[in-house]
Design a protein around this ligand. Structure first.
Ligand code: PDD
Length: 286
C-alpha cells in the first residue's frame, strides 16, 4: 500500500496527494518520468535512471531543477516512509501548472515533482518469469519521440488492454516497415536459431532501456554474440527464444507471440541466464 507521496517538497498522505488541474502533465502530457526497481531495500541503477531523467528533461527544454543528490534523498525518504523493501519507485517531473496554453515559454511555468514508492511481490514476479509471458503485436501508434520517457502513454495503455483481452501481458509495436520497435513498456529481444542475441538499436524508435543496457553488459560478459538490429514479427516467431526487459520486470521470457509458440514453449536458457545474472551487473545503492 502506498501511504505517502512526495509532491513538490512535501510528503503527503496518499488521499491528499494531488497536483493542480491545470498542471501541464494533466492537460498536455507535458511531463517525463522514471521507474526504478527497489530490491532488498536497494535502488537499482539509480544513477542511470537519473541521467536518463535529465536527458528527457533536456530534450523538452526543461531544466533539471533538483540535483541528482536531492532526488536521491527524496527517493530514499519516500521508500522509507512507505516501507518498501521490494517494488519500485516512480519519479515524475511535469512542466508545472499554468493557465492552459499550448505555449510554455512564458514566465509563469514552473515544475511539479512527484515521487511515489510501491511494494511488489518478488515471488509473484518470479512465478511469472518462470512460466514466461505471451505478447501480441500491434501497429506502432505512438508519437515520433519515443526516445524521451514522457507520460504520453495512451497508445501504450490501449496496446496493453488489447494484449490483456487475449490473455497476453505485453504488446510489441510494429512500425510501417514491418519491424518490431519495442514493447508498450519494455524493450524486445530475440535469440536466433544460431544463438545470436538480437535487439533493436537505440535508433530513435525505442526508449533506450536501462535494463537493456545492463543486459547487454551481461551478454557481453558471457561471451554471447549480440547484434543490434531491427527484426520482423515473422523472424521473432521463428526465433529460438524471445524476451523483454524493463525495470519493473527485469529480463522476462516470452513464450508466445500472437499465439505462435516460441521455441519449445518454455522460457529459453539465454533469457533465464540473463535474468539470473542481471542483478550482479546492475548497480544497487542503499
Ligand atoms: N517501462 N520501452 C518502453 C516504452 C518503456 O516504457 C520501458 C520502461 C522500457 C524499458 O526501460 P527500462 O529498462 O529503463 O525500464 C522500454 C516501465 C518504466 C517499466 O515497466 O519499468
Amino acid at each position: 500500500m502506498t501511504r505517502t507521496i512526495y509532491v513538490d517538497g512535501k510528503y503527503l498522505p496518499y488521499s491528499q496527494a494531488g497536483v493542480h488541474v491545470e498542471d501541464r502533465g494533466f492537460q498536455f502530457g507535458d511531463a517525463v518520468y522514471e521507474v526504478c526497481e527497489i530490491r532488498s531495500g536497494a535502488i537499482i541503477d539509480e544513477r542511470r535512471h537519473l541521467e536518463r531523467l535529465e536527458r528527457s528533461l533536456n530534450e523538452l527544454d526543461m531544466p533539471m531543477r533538483m540535483s541528482h543528490a536531492s532526488f536521491g534523498r527524496v527517493i530514499r525518504e519516500t521508500i522509507r516512509r512507505n516501507r518498501v523493501r521490494n517494488g519500485f519507485v516512480y519519479i515524475q517531473v511535469s512542466r508545472g501548472a499554468a493557465p492552459r496554453d499550448f505555449l510554455f515559454s512564458g514566465p509563469n511555468v514552473g515544475q511539479t515533482v512527484v515521487v511515489l514508492a510501491r511494494a511488489l511481490s518478488r515471488a509473484t514476479n518470479e512465478a511469472i518469469a518462470l512460466k514466461g509471458i505471451s505478447v501480441i503485436t500491434t501497429p506502432e501508434q505512438r508519437w515520433a519521440r519515443v526516445d524521451i520517457k514522457t507520460v504520453m502513454l495512451l497508445a501504450s495503455s490501449i496496446a496493453k488492454e488489447k494484449a490483456k483481452a487475449v490473455g497476453a501481458k505485453e504488446a510489441w509495436f510494429v512500425g510501417d516497415d514491418g519491424m518490431v520497435t519495442e514493447g508498450a513498456s519494455s524493450n524486445a529481444w530475440i535469440v536466433t536459431m544460431d544463438g545470436e542475441l538480437i535487439t533493436r538499436p537505440a535508433d530513435g524508435h525505442i526508449l533506450k532501456g536501462i535494463t537493456r543496457t545492463v543486459a547487454m553488459e551481461v551478454a557481453e560478459n558471457r561471451g554471447l554474440k549480440l547484434v543490434e538490429r531491427a527484426f520482423t514479427v515473422d523472424e521473432a516467431k521463428k526465433a529460438r527464444e524471445a524476451f523483454v526487459t524493463s525495470a519493473s520486470a527485469g529480463v522476462l521470457p516470452v513464450i508466445q507471440i500472437d499465439g505462435t509458440v516460441i521455441g519449445n514453449g518454455a522460457p529459453g536458457s539465454t533469457a533465464t541466464e540473463l535474468r539470473q545474472l542481471f542483478h550482479t551487473f546492475a548497480e544497487a545503492t542503499l
